[in-house]
Design a protein around this ligand. Sequence first.
Ligand SMILES: [Zn+2]
Length: 399
Amino acid sequence: MDFHPSERPSKDDFFEFERFDKGYHAEDICCVICGAPSFIVEEEIRDKNLERYKWFVPQAIRAENYQYEDIMTAWYGVASLPNHDFPLEVLGIDDIEIDEIHYGERLSKLEPKRYAKHSSKLVHDLCMEYPYVTVHSECLDMMRRLVDYRQALLKAGVSVGSKHPTTLSQLYEVFEQRITRGCLYNYPLGLNGSFTPRRVVEPHYYYFRDVDIFWDVAWAWGEKKVYEYEMAPSPIPGLTREILSYLQPLPSLQSHSRLFLELEALPTELQDMIYNDLHPFINPQQICNRSLPSMVWRDLLFNRQILPWLWDLDISALQSRPATSDMADVPTFEAENTWDWEHLVRTLAQVEVFEPGHPLEHAPLRLRNRRRIWRLLEEAEDKDIREWVDASAWRFEEG
Ligand SMILES: [Zn+2]
């Protein structure tokens, strides 16, 4: 695995973890959004106190007052209350309980808890209606951003797809379904057969490059293949510089297209409608059509959230010059008719742009992890667990 220069791990960052014979207790509870641990059960790992694990702190969420129309219709696939938008209840680590482990203010360390003696604050409990699910606060933040983004699109009259959640409680519902609806006959109660799945099923195996990461009951501590998923998706130091480093010079001087001149002649409201209609900008054609001037693409990227997962770009960085050049006559990123912003935006808008074999495969791990998590949220759909169960049930019948 290649590491981006900004993230080259120190020698202490890697370690050997003897997973042998740890059994059930080696499991780690995972965030329902990103699939990486939100809580480290194994003390040996927690004691390492590695910087990259600092964000592994669970919060538990549940939509307040959320309910199925009735349990039977919920079970058989009829929607719960339509278009619900309930407030999200968020619990901190001291208020939640993890199967067989209690971590609370009265206990200074983890202590095993007797089976079946737990409160209603037990997380990932598939025997409970509307269970709490754990998330990282960074992932929860991204979930809120996606909801805000979609709400803004709805207000602007742009469609976001009928099965895509547009409220926090609808996203909670998707996670809730992934916990409680997959536990029918022949389907494991969680990957390990537990009533409280530590890693909740995600239909794309969380887009882990190595699917074994998903299937293994315990997180692959100490292994390089999970390093990327252990990097917090925000903040990303040097994010804007990194994005600007992908910018290429415009191949030739572009004159404004006729289309753009006509567009510019329209009232601002109509222009806004047209630009809004580019959203969501996912996997567009990669070939630049040059209908819009390069500057407009820059504006779309920095001011119009065309790539909402890059919410924290620093616009002041445009006044700088490419880092690789020390020549004073190199134009800044603000210079007109110089940089190919359309190419940059179309490239970044490819969902798999950071995957191996794609143009930006060497991007910093944090950035890759952020794109993956955003994708997981972006593609989450009402009842998306169903298809997965149908496609995967054979594994268990045969086993
Ligand atoms: Zn997460």
